[in-house]
Design a protein around this ligand. Structure first.
Ligand SMILES: Cc1cc2nc3c(=O)[nH]c(=O)nc-3n(C[C@H](O)[C@H](O)[C@H](O)COP(=O)(O)OP(=O)(O)OC[C@H]3O[C@@H](n4cnc5c(N)ncnc54)[C@H](O)[C@@H]3O)c2cc1C
Length: 528
């Protein structure tokens, strides 16, 4: 039995920031519990070695078959280990659109308008843009220009410009709209995960205990109050106690799963698995939103691109040496090098689609190992109407949760996706990108909407931004209130991507980190 003031579950994007905020002043005994390992190896640190990450760093969930995707089973990779998904992600630094947060506030999430969250983004950042209206310097999260983006990704931006889509050098600045090269969470050519930014500087503080390789099986609730967690390390089960309570930061799949395993969630679902119901909370695991992504691969034999040939392997070996010596070269790539934001619907309050250029052909989430060099173009619907869910497969904490993103189940998402795919193809057919002579691996007639729709149903899947499964809101049936306190259980908070009431218009790492750090402040204020 071990005693702490506060336990943070999950050392990912949000959990690392939350734990650091709680521990940094040395006033509380904080325990951070992470199911995976320390994640200090070169595969996490060297951006371009992401494809070689050990399997144990990925929860690698399969989804339920999705009706609108021809009954296909989707794939949901999630980082496991310190840094969570920020240790395995594409490092693109995007906060979302100011409208997203103003909309959260309009939905009743008081204190989450853009004016409220901007100072947190700024204080977290050490931005290459320098201090100013939109950016901060001196924070622990390094946000930098890419060291060596490839010319093909630049050609994608230049082609979009030919179609009157403006160039944008800072998607987190005055305007989100436009195309450009993404800023990345890197420092000196290395990945800057949330753990590296927030936990590494304080990990030796005596008031912070970090338990890795420790699976949280459930939250302990006594008389309506969270008092600790039950963990499993190897074969050994232990109970950790926390006088101040528990912050749940296990991500959009892990957090609802742990709640349900603890008897907190939709009672029908809990009873189906023989779990005693502590609190009937239908919103736990509901409202899953994610960015559904359409992609096309292009073959191109260009020395700047990645592929599975011997020629590329030799290039990568050389680049590895360069990276070890100088932290430069092609292995500084985050792969998702360029892209941007476009508004297709005239009544949209903010850009409604996002592009990503990837410096390799991605097929089946990179799990199909292809010999050919090339690139892929991706486009996703930013504020989907479709809603999915997370449930349980069993009462065994070691089993994966049941996940159904229900992609494109709302026809409005499909209509927007077709328009987006058509625009992406127009960019691909525009110089200077078209001048490179790349070969579309799956050509279709993009003027034929039915053909585009059929192709989308065949290949679309996540671009890895699940949120909403423990939604924040002003009503009793919402999972957390605007201070991220659980509605119905005392001394319990949720702080990760799961609390977003609506998916933001962009990548979700920076918003998750912001949520984590704010939760640290809320818990401090609540506990005094
Ligand atoms: C492949 C991929 C690429 C992405 N690319 C980008 C990108 O380029 N830019 C961007 O902004 N976003 C990107 N994202 C999304 C972004 O990384 C996530 O939205 C963000 O990291 C979510 O943060 P989180 O704190 O909610 O969850 P996570 O960072 O996933 O953290 C959850 C943590 O909880 C731990 N955990 C879960 N269950 C338990 C348990 N039972 N016991 C103990 N610990 C547990 C996990 O191991 C993990 O460490 C990407 C995601 C993926 C997977």
């Amino acid at each position: 039995m071990q005693q702490f003031d506060i336990i943070v579950v999950g050392g990912g994007s949000a959990g690392s920031a939350a734990a650091a905020r709680l521990a940094e002043d040395g006033k509380r005994r904080v325990c951070l519990v992470e199911a995976g390992g320390k994640n200090e190896h070169i595969f996490t640190r060297t951006p371009g070695l992401i494809a070689m990450m050990p399997d144990k760093s990925n929860w690698a969930y399969d989804t339920e078959p999705m009706d609108a995707l021809n009954g296909r089973v989707g794939y949901q990779p999630r980082g496991r280990g310190m840094g969570g998904s920020s240790a395995t992600n594409g490092m693109v630094y995007i906060r979302g659109n100011p409208w997203d947060y103003d909309n959260w506030a309009d939905l009743g999430c008081t204190g989450w308008a853009w004016k409220d969250v901007l100072p947190v983004f700024k204080r977290q950042e050490n931005s290459r843009h320098g201090a100013g209206e939109h950016h901060g310097v001196g924070g622990p999260l390094h946000v930098n220009k890419q060291i060596e983006p490839c010319h093909v990704g630049e050609a994608f931006v230049a082609a979009a410009e030919q179609l009157q889509i403006p160039r944008n050098d800072d998607f987190n600045g005055a305007r989100q709209e436009g195309m450009g090269i993404y800023d990345v969470t890197q420092n000196n050519g290395e990945r800057w995960s949330s753990a590296r930014a927030f936990i590494d500087p304080i990990k030796d503080q005596p008031n912070l205990e970090i338990k890795t390789d420790a699976l949280v099986e459930r939250i302990v609730v006594d008389n309506g109050r969270a008092t600790g967690v039950v963990i499993k390390r190897g074969r050994k089960q232990e109970t950790l106690h926390a006088s101040g309570g528990v912050v749940l930061s296990a991500g959009a799949f892990g957090s609802p799963q742990i709640l349900m395993l603890s008897g907190i969630g939709p009672s029908e679902e809990l009873l189906r698995h023989g779990i005693d119901v502590i609190l009937d909370k239908p919103a736990v695991g509901a409202d899953l939103q994610d960015h559904c992504d359409y992609l096309t691969g292009y073959e191109l034999d260009d020395p700047s691109l990645f592929g599975g040939s011997l020629k590329v392997a030799l290039r990568v070996a050389k680049a590895f040496v360069e990276h070890r010596l100088h932290r430069t070269g092609m292995l500084t790539t985050n792969y998702a090098e360029s892209g941007g934001f476009v508004t297709l619907r005239p009544d949209a309050p903010a850009p409604d689609i996002q592009f990503h250029f990837i410096r390799a052909i991605i097929q089946n989430h990179g799990r199909d190992k292809l010999k050919e060099s090339g690139f892929s173009l991706h486009v996703c619907v930013l504020r989907p109407e479709s809603r999915g869910w997370v449930k349980l497969n069993s009462a065994n904490p070691a089993d994966a949760p049941a996940i159904n993103p229900n992609f494109l189940s709302d026809p409005r998402d499909m209509e927007l996706m077709i328009d987006a795919a058509q625009l992406m193809n127009r960019i691909a057919e525009t110089p200077p990108l078209s001048d490179l002579g790349a070969k579309d691996r799956n050509p279709i007639d993009y003027n034929d909407r039915a053909a585009v729709e059929a192709r989308i149903r065949e290949v679309a899947d996540t671009i890895y931004h699940p949120v909403g499964t423990c939604r924040m809101g002003p009503n009793a049936d919402d999972v957390v209130d605007p201070t991220l306190a659980f509605r119905g259980i005392d001394n319990l908070w949720v702080a990760d991507a799961s609390i977003m009431p609506r998916l933001v218009s962009g990548n979700t790492n920076a918003p998750s980190i912001m949520i984590g750090e704010r939760c640290g402040d809320f818990v401090k204020a609540a506990l005094g």
